[in-house]
Design a protein around this ligand. Structure first.
Ligand SMILES: C[S@@+](CC[C@H](N)C(=O)[O-])C[C@H]1O[C@@H](n2cnc3c(N)ncnc32)[C@H](O)[C@@H]1O
Length: 260
């Protein structure tokens, strides 16, 4: 198991629990949760939601999980509106690498956290895992990753779309406390070099060139952007790695209100 999943799952009782996985994505973290459920006797289930969950992805996630897929239920749903889940019916919410998408404008994140607070039982756990964005270039090893993200964000904006901002742990801690959670454990996992850089950069370049096509500019301006994309691609190829950002995990618990 990865060190991060070790920390996330450490001390959690996964017997007879209903867990919400928000959002499932490719099911990377879901795999570790389902495996842990199996190891604790196989009496819990995970409701996996994502607002983009076509059949082909459902199949891929089930294939990734193999025999553990019997512990999951996959449902296309928006985290901001989990109306199909009753109040105080969930034991644990796992929000892995998704919080950034829930933060497209100030205070929007609070509405997602409020939905988690609504569905969680008193004393239930909310576990959030997210990247700490690379803010400055004081470390030259970060340059390739920093340029890759910032160019992508700029091109996204030029297309007229909103790019969310990564909430940092301090902001999240305040938001959680406002909504009646206690942060019980937290840990930062340091940034590390990713030598799978070619695969990541090929996918990035492919997607970003498609995005540039959609920008309503003339061809000269677009070719200036394409030049920048090629420069960033070459830079990472010459470095021979991408620096993956540090990751934080906040483990919090919904406070049980006295007298209720
Ligand atoms: C990086 S992936 C999550 C990775 C996943 N936890 C894993 O371990 O593989 C982020 C996912 O959040 C989903 N997402 C973004 N906004 C959402 C929303 N409002 N409601 C539900 N899913 C959302 C995206 O479709 C995407 O699949």
């Amino acid at each position: 198991m990865s060190k991060i999943h070790d920390f996330i799952l450490n001390g959690l009782d996964l017997k007879n629990k209903i867990i919400l996985d928000a959002a499932v994505g490719a099911g990377v973290s879901t795999y570790f949760w389902a495996k842990a459920i199996h190891e604790q006797g196989g009496t819990s289930k995970i409701i996996c939601v994502d607002n983009d969950l076509p059949e082909i992805w459902k199949e891929r996630i089930k294939r990734r999980l193999g025999e553990y897929s019997r512990y999951i239920e996959l449902k296309e749903a928006d985290i901001f509106d989990l109306g199909f889940i009753e109040d105080e019916s969930i034991d644990i919410v796992n929000c892995d690498d998704t919080i950034v998408f829930l933060n497209p404008k100030p205070l929007k994140l609070l509405s997602a956290l409020k939905e988690f607070a609504r569905i969680l039982k008193p004393g239930g756990d909310l576990i959030i895992t997210s990247e700490i964005p690379i803010e400055t270039l004081d470390n030259p090893e970060n340059e390739g990753q920093w340029k890759r993200w910032n160019l992508a964000k700029a091109i996204y904006k030029l297309k007229g779309e909103t790019w969310s901002t990564e909430p940092v742990p301090e902001e999240l801690r305040v938001a959680l406390e406002l909504l009646g959670f206690n942060v019980c454990a937290e840990k930062i996992f340091p940034s590390r070099k990713n030598f799978n850089h070619k695969e990541v950069m090929d996918e990035w370049k492919n997607l970003i060139l498609k995005d540039i096509k959609e920008i309503p500019w003339n061809d000269d301006l677009k070719s200036a952007l394409i030049k920048e994309v090629n420069k960033v691609y070459e830079k990472v190829m010459n470095d021979r790695y991408l620096m993956n950002p540090a990751i934080y995990v906040l483990k919090s618990r919904k406070i049980i209100k006295e007298g209720i």
